[in-house]
Design a protein around this ligand. Structure first.
Ligand code: GLP
Length: 248
C-alpha cells in the first residue's frame, strides 16, 4: 500500500519536504557528486521552495552541488513569458539561491516541432549522465496527471510532447486570461522517467484535491488516472494536508 503521511497543514508539510531535500543536498557535499533534483511547478511546491530559499539565506544551505530537471513546460512557450515554467522557477527558487545556471534544466518550449523528439531523448540522456534523479517532487492535477502525463499516458512513457486535457487547460485559464490562450500541448517527463527517481514525493493540499487523491491512492491502477501508477513504485510517498487526505 502507498505510504501516505498527513500533516495538519501545508506549511508544516512543506517544511518537512524541504528538510529532506536539504539533507540530500548536504549528504552529497564534499563527495564530488551532485544532488539531482526533479522539480515541479504549480501552487503546490511553492512552500517547499520558500523554505529552501530560507535555508539558503539563514542557514547557509548551498545549491552549488545541485542539478535540477523540471518535469514539464508548456509548448509552445517562450521562457520570458509570465506563464512559462522558466519564469515560475526563477521567481520562486532559482533567482534566490546560488545554483549554477548551467545546472538548471527545463524542457524547451521554443523548439521547432521537428526538433522536439531529439530534445526529449537528450533530456533523458542528460538525467542518466548525472546518475539519475535522486529526488522527484510531484504535484497532482485534477485529471490525475503528474507532470503533464494526462489520462492515457503509458506507464513506461519517456519525455515527450503531449496534448493537454481540457480540464487541465481550464484549470490553467486564470494564469492565461482565458482557456483559449492556454497552449494545447506541453513537453513532459514521462511516467517511466519519474519512476526511475530514487525517491518520489507527491504533495497535495486542500479539499479540492481530495477526490483525485482518493482515486490515486485507492483506485484501480490505470492509465485513466496516471497518478495510480505510483501505487506500483516502492520508493514513493504521498505527503498531504488534512483536507487533501479527508476522503481516504
Ligand atoms: C500543472 C503542472 C503539474 C502540477 C499541476 C497541479 O498542470 N504541470 O506539475 O502538479 O499543475 O497544480 P497546482 O499545484 O497548482 O494544483
Amino acid at each position: 500500500k502507498l505510504p501516505v503521511t498527513v500533516y495538519p497543514n501545508k506549511d508544516i508539510a512543506s517544511v518537512k519536504v524541504a528538510e529532506r531535500i536539504a539533507e540530500l543536498i548536504r549528504s552529497k557535499q564534499g563527495t564530488g557528486e551532485k544532488a539531482v533534483l526533479g522539480l515541479a511547478t504549480g501552487a503546490t511546491p511553492v512552500g517547499v521552495y520558500e523554505e529552501l530559499v530560507r535555508l539558503h539565506r539563514e542557514e547557509g544551505l548551498s545549491f552549488r552541488n545541485v542539478v535540477t530537471f523540471n518535469l514539464d513546460e508548456y509548448y509552445p512557450m517562450p521562457p520570458t513569458a509570465p506563464q512559462s515554467y522558466v519564469t515560475f522557477m526563477n521567481e520562486n527558487l532559482f533567482n534566490h539561491i546560488d545554483i549554477e545556471r548551467e545546472n538548471i534544466h527545463i524542457p524547451d518550449g521554443t523548439l521547432a516541432l521537428e526538433d522536439v523528439a531529439a530534445f526529449c531523448l537528450n533530456y533523458e540522456r542528460l538525467i542518466e549522465e548525472y546518475g539519475g534523479l535522486d529526488f522527484q517532487i510531484l504535484g497532482i492535477g485534477r485529471t490525475g496527471h503528474v507532470g503533464f502525463n494526462e489520462p492515457g499516458s503509458a506507464p513506461n512513457s519517456g519525455t515527450r510532447l503531449v496534448t493537454l486535457d481540457d480540464l487541465t487547460r481550464r484549470d490553467a485559464s486564470r494564469d492565461f486570461g482565458g482557456k483559449e490562450n492556454v497552449p494545447t500541448k506541453a513537453i513532459t517527463m514521462g511516467i517511466g522517467t519519474i519512476f526511475k527517481a530514487r525517491e518520489i514525493i507527491l504533495m497535495a493540499w486542500s479539499g479540492k484535491k481530495a477526490p483525485i487523491i482518493k482515486k490515486a491512492v485507492e483506485g484501480e491502477v490505470s492509465g485513466e488516472v496516471p497518478a495510480t501508477y505510483l501505487q506500483l513504485a516502492d520508493n514513493v510517498e504521498f505527503v498531504l494536508d488534512e483536507a487533501a487526505a479527508s476522503e481516504l
